[in-house]
Design a protein around this ligand. Structure first.
Ligand code: IMP
Length: 428
């Protein structure tokens, strides 16, 4: 019984949802520790597909308690609609707990996210426009509204009024748009508070007790390490800390509670939004991967940029998170490739780099140095046994394991729950 953190090891969309869904069967608690409804986990179960944005993916398992941690920013409207969809599918949502310390995404955050993006012109970050950046800005400016504030109608109003006045000055004077109404927002959010009241609680206390009782707890990361606010491709990152070290803080657990960190990679790499991506494939090769992997955003529907597996950023992310093991997702998407490539170094002018540079201009100028491996050109879809994989696929995976110096625990060969090769026990 342990605390396991599951962390995206690329630019998000690695397939963490499927892993969490699989491991949640052995867990008692699943906790989201950062981000908000910018995230999207698509899970296939019982022949139906469900897209999660805020609710931890463990909710599909009867008996598992799911926690929206203090490190998250929560859009109550999006959460209520997600809960309604889950209930319609017959999922019991009474096992959800929302931290009273989680911050609330307000309508002005969403408006400002869009206006700020528009004002950046061609320099835009490509955010999901879910208000995530502006909500975290308010958290760190100490003017954020937390779940606990929503429950106290008068206190909420007294916090909201000055913040909204300031935001309205930005909206009208900087961006020349219409101001938002205090009355409307107050009434709308008091209504949301009524609907969410039953879930809002001291989740830190619940988790502390669970940890003391040695219950199995999964910490569910959103986005990926390359979108981390400190270590990602800044400023083309999300506004939270996505890495394993923040999993404890964002859930309210002590740092030493985490016993296993599982890094989730795709067998290739994708990115949505702007920013450098050295192994990006353009033209026919890129579209081939995109179509084979259905690489379109769960949250925004945007086509994802696709490229070869990048072990340079991979090694960097391994070091940063201290992965104890890793999962490689979507192996089957490479099935038809005559050859497959792994980027093992970058060339920057006449320099060879083994780690991504912090200077973004330099990063954008890095040329990938590839190893090229023969493809397997046969279907791996649904394979559950390592020995049943074509030899070239095994060789490719072994090479990734070697370059990243991290043991492989899981390989996913399809979206379904059973389409997984388990190489070692994770002891969740
Ligand atoms: P934001 O998180 O909406 O502020 O967007 C900042 C950057 O993170 C953009 O490039 C987004 O496309 C990216 N991003 C945010 N959430 C996700 C995710 O769940 N998967 C992949 N990319 C994401």
């Amino acid at each position: 019984m342990s605390v396991t953190a599951i962390v995206g090891a690329q630019w998000g969309d690695e397939g963490k949802g499927k892993i969490i869904d699989e491991l949640a069967g052995q867990a008692e608690y699943v906790v989201r520790y950062q981000g908000g409804s910018n995230a999207g986990h698509r899970i296939v179960f019982d022949d139906s597909e469900f897209a999660f944005h805020l609710v931890p993916a463990g909710i599909l398992h009867p008996g598992v308690r799911c926690i929206i941690g203090n490190g998250m920013v929560v859009d109550p409207r999006a959460l209520i609609s997600e809960l309604e969809s889950l209930r319609k599918m017959g999922v019991d949502t009474t096992r959800l707990y929302i931290s009273e310390r989680a911050h609330v995404v307000m309508p002005y955050h969403i408006v400002l996210d869009r206006l700020e993006e528009e004002s950046r012109g061609i320099e835009k970050l490509g955010t999901t426009e879910r208000g995530i950046g502006p909500a975290y800005v308010d958290k760190y400016s100490r003017v954020g509204i937390r779940m606990a504030d929503l429950l106290d109608v008068d206190h909420f109003r007294s916090k909201l009024a000055p913040v909204l006045a300031h935001k309205n000055r930005m909206i009208t004077q900087i961006y020349g748009q219409q101001p938002l109404s205090l009355e409307e927002i107050h009434t709308e959010y008091v209504g949301y508070a009524q609907q969410l009241r039953q879930y809002i609680t001291d989740t830190q206390a619940i988790l502390h007790k669970a940890y003391k009782e040695r219950r199995a707890i999964l910490l569910e990361g959103a986005q990926g390490a390359l979108l981390d606010i400190d270590f990602g491709t800044y400023p083309f990152v999300t506004s939270s800390s996505t890495v394993a070290s923040n999993a404890a803080t964002g859930a309210g657990l002590p740092p030493r509670s985490i016993q296993h960190v599982l890094g989730v990679f795709k067998a290739y790499i994708t990115r949505v939004g702007s920013g450098p991506m050295p192994t990006e494939l353009f033209g026919e090769e890129g579209s081939r991967l995109r179509e084979a992997g259905h690489e379109y955003g769960t949250t925004t529907g945007r086509p994802r940029r696709c490229g070869w597996f990048d072990a340079v950023v991979g090694r960097f992310v391994v070091r940063l998170n201290g992965f104890d093991s890793m999962a490689i997702m979507k192996l089957d998407v490479l099935d038809e490739m005559p050859t497959v490539k792994i980027c093992t170094g970058y060339k920057l002018g006449d320099r060879e780099l083994s780690a991504p540079p912090a200077n973004l201009n330099e990063f954008a100028s890095c040329e990938p140095v590839y190893e090229e491996w023969p493809g397997w050109e046969t279907s791996t879809k649904g394979i559950t046994d390592w020995d049943a994989l074509p030899e070239n696929a095994r060789r490719y995976l072994k090479r990734i394991e070697e370059v990243l110096e991290t043991p492989l625990a899981l390989i996913s060969t399809g979206p379904g729950r059973s389409e997984t090769i388990h190489l070692r026990e994770l002891n969740v």
